[in-house]
Ligand binder design. Structure first.
Ligand SMILES: O=C(O)CCC(=O)C(=O)O
Ligand SMILES: [Fe+2]
Length: 420
């Protein structure tokens, strides 16, 4: 990876006099469709070609927060073998799957049964089951060579998130682990390719994210959504659906949030952490929906040969600024989405959540909202949003604090709540 001799060049590139992002008008985000972006030139040696691609990405991130990637580079046979592996896994008995119960793992790896999650706090449990895994080296024999360009390290310590994956017994499901890890590493490669493009899209040097993503937190899930009976779902009752409406965050932050003395209705506001973006493969059943600014649900219709990319909470936070017209203005949108599988078919999907390194600093910000104090956590590398997103007129919304201040403010907040 590119290590700059002068770190400050990377961390604080000079502010452009009038950066493109500063000039960008905030759209109302009432998009009606999700753009498709062709990645065939993503590794072009021509900087103008990369710039053009980054411009398309920027528009999609500002206006929608979602886009499809065509020519994503993940081989079709890896997708197929992983989907088959997932189907075999979910077809196992509940008792067999529960041997890998996610609650038995120290770091949220393994199986989550139907209704084991309730992504939207006002929901009644999600109508999906899942299998979660994190980074581990690719098994050796297959496919060497294609990873030589990668910045991935081969040994990694993820701090509190360090911990092995759990796998079904290879006698029960031969080839499962190999198939799933082959897909994982291929999708990871696509993710690594995206960071410099996102940097360009933010008018930052292409290497800007390199030192924050040497071992990106990348959690992959195999998901299975049983069909939702149309009769069971009244149009006005969206409380028990495939996955409740949410924006994407990563499990690392949950650990912190669970420690916070806040009621569950604040959690949507609190979910902010290391999650940069998600790469999602979905089958042809459909059911993923993305909410625009007027509250309308737009179908993310399955398009063969594509994966869906969406911005997560951390990217939104990294681009947040104080706008004189609207108080909270994130340049990149972490857009609300959900899944309702009305297809009558079993639906399978594979999200891969890309975060920054787990050991990037944690930042907390408190914000008075009426009677209550809103606490936001975010992982940061410096106290400010990326420099192209702030200006004297639109300054950073929050300030970073030290670990000591964090503990102190937590105690203060805890105390304030217990006395009120
Ligand atoms: O399965 C899908 O299509 C979306 C899944 C999702 O949004 C998530 O796991 O965060
Ligand atoms: Fe999601």
């Amino acid at each position: 990876m590119a290590h700059h001799s002068d770190q400050h060049d990377v961390r604080f590139p000079p502010l452009p006099a009038s950066g493109l992002l500063l000039a960008a008008q905030r759209t109302e985000s009432t998009f009606e469709e999700i753009p498709v972006i062709d990645f065939k030139d993503a590794t072009s040696r021509d900087p103008r070609v990369r710039r053009e691609l980054a411009n398309l990405i920027r528009d999609a991130c500002i206006n929608v927060g979602f886009f499809y990637i065509k020519n994503h580079g993940i081989p079709q046979e890896l997708i197929e073998s992983t989907v088959e592996a997932g189907k075999d896994f979910f077809a196992l008995s509940e008792a067999e799957k529960m041997k890998l119960d996610i609650h038995k793992s120290p770091n949220f790896k393994g199986y989550t049964p139907l209704f084991g999650e309730n992504t939207d706090a006002s929901g009644l449990g999600d109508l999906h089951e899942g299998f979660d895994l994190g980074w581990e080296p690719k098994p050796l024999p297959s496919e060497q060579g294609d990873f030589s360009q990668s910045t991935m390290v081969t040994v990694r310590d993820d701090g509190v998130m360090t911990g092995g994956n759990v796998w079904p017994d290879s006698n029960t499901l031969p080839g499962f682990k190999e198939a799933v890890l082959a897909y994982y590493h291929s999708a990871l490669k696509l993710g690594q390719l995206l960071f410099p493009l996102f940097a360009l899209a933010l008018d930052l040097p292409e290497a800007f994210f390199d030192d924050k993503t040497t071992k990106p937190a990348a959690i992959m899930r195999l998901l299975h959504y049983p069909p939702q009976s149309p009769t069971k779902l009244k149009p006005q009752d969206d409380r028990q659906i495939g996955i409740g409406s949410h924006t994407d965050y990563e499990a690392s932050a949950w650990v912190a949030f669970l420690l916070l003395p806040f009621s569950s209705e604040n959690w949507n506001l609190l979910t902010s952490d290391s999650q940069c973006f998600t790469i999602l493969w979905q089958d042809s059943a459909g059911g993923l929906q993305v909410q625009n600014a007027s509250g309308k649900w737009i179908d993310a219709v399955p398009i063969p040969g594509t994966v869906v990319l969406n911005i997560g909470d951390q990217f939104a936070r990294w681009t947040i600024r104080n706008n004189p017209y609207i108080s909270l203005d994130d340049v990149f949108k972490s857009t609300v989405h959900r899944v309702i599988n009305r297809s009558g078919l079993e639906r399978y999907s594979i999200p891969l959540f890309f975060g920054s390194d787990y050991d990037v600093l944690l930042e907390i910000a408190t914000h008075q909202m009426g009677e209550s104090v809103l606490v936001m956590l975010r992982t940061v590398w410096n106290p400010q949003p990326v420099p192209t997103c702030v200006s004297p007129e639109t300054p950073a919304k929050y300030q970073a604090i030290t670990a000591g201040e964090y503990v102190k403010s937590r105690l203060e907040v805890t105390y304030a709540h217990s006395t009120s």
